[in-house]
Design a protein around this ligand. Structure first.
Ligand code: 6PG
Length: 239
């Protein structure tokens, strides 16, 4: 199984980190729409992407060609401020004219299993995503794929390893980062992408980044698209 090819970019200035990340997203969209007439993007959760989403929302883009998915969702009520979808809608999606049927939310309020079953249908039947955005936790998790999770034995690829029965969506019941119940795209489905961009910010992520660079098998290292992954790391404390 080939390893993960990683292109690292480190930033000290938050404004530049946000600007370059927004340009990366908009550039991927323009290319996909020019080549295939549509842009399928998977959004990262957590707080790091918020200012980047706000910048993207301010751009003039062919929003009617965008199809938005979520890398993971927390099992909370639909309007709970802890939901990744609530952050993405307030920072971006509610500010632009992406047709509502093209925003594919995860029905995490149904619970990890029922919600995962419904989301599996939404992310099946088409090929690679054009762009997958991901975050990185201090323990090396990404999306809701945590160390030691039940998915660990599953490799990823683009497309997933031939023959392996790899689910596109996984149910999580004991996430160490609250809430415990979550729904996540699998490592395989996250890696089934033309581009993957990790958005990582803060000195608190230094250890996870160092482990990743040292080759530790953290969950983030299991996302292995053929084209490799890009990691933008904002370590503003380094100055
Ligand atoms: C979640 C996210 C998770 C997040 C990382 C980083 O639901 O919590 O999907 O994977 O991206 O934990 O979070 P921050 O960007 O807030 O540090």
């Amino acid at each position: 199984m080939p390893g993960q090819m990683v292109r690292w970019r480190e930033f000290a200035d938050p404004a530049r980190f946000e600007r370059v990340a927004a340009e990366f997203i908009l550039g991927a969209a323009a290319e996909a729409i020019a080549e295939r007439g549509a842009f399928r993007i998977v959004l990262a959760g957590g707080e790091t992407p918020r200012p980047i989403y706000e910048r993207v929302a301010a751009a003039d883009a062919d929003w009617d060609r965008w199809h938005v998915y979520f890398g993971d969702e927390r099992c909370l009520p639909p309007d709970d401020p802890g939901r990744n979808s609530v952050m993405a809608r307030s920072a971006w999606l509610d500010r632009v004219a992406i047709p509502a049927p093209q925003v594919h939310g995860i029905e995490a309020e149904r619970g990890p299993e029922a919600g995962a079953q419904r989301y599996a249908a939404a992310v099946s039947g088409f090929g690679p995503f054009d762009l997958v955005l991901l975050g990185l936790g201090e323990d090396g998790h990404t999306a809701s794929l945590f160390p030691g999770g039940p998915w660990e034995g599953v490799t990823s690829g683009n497309p997933p390893d031939a023959g392996a029965a790899i689910p596109p969506v996984v149910s999580v019941f004991d996430a160490p980062k609250p809430p415990p119940g979550r729904i996540s795209l699998s490592a395989a489905r996250l890696g089934d992408a033309r581009r993957v961009l990790f958005l990582v910010a803060g000195a608190g992520k230094r250890v996870a980044v160092a482990r990743w660079q040292a080759g530790d098998p953290i969950p983030a290292s299991r996302i292995r698209p053929l084209g490799g992954v890009d990691v933008f790391f904002l370590d503003s404390a380094r100055g």
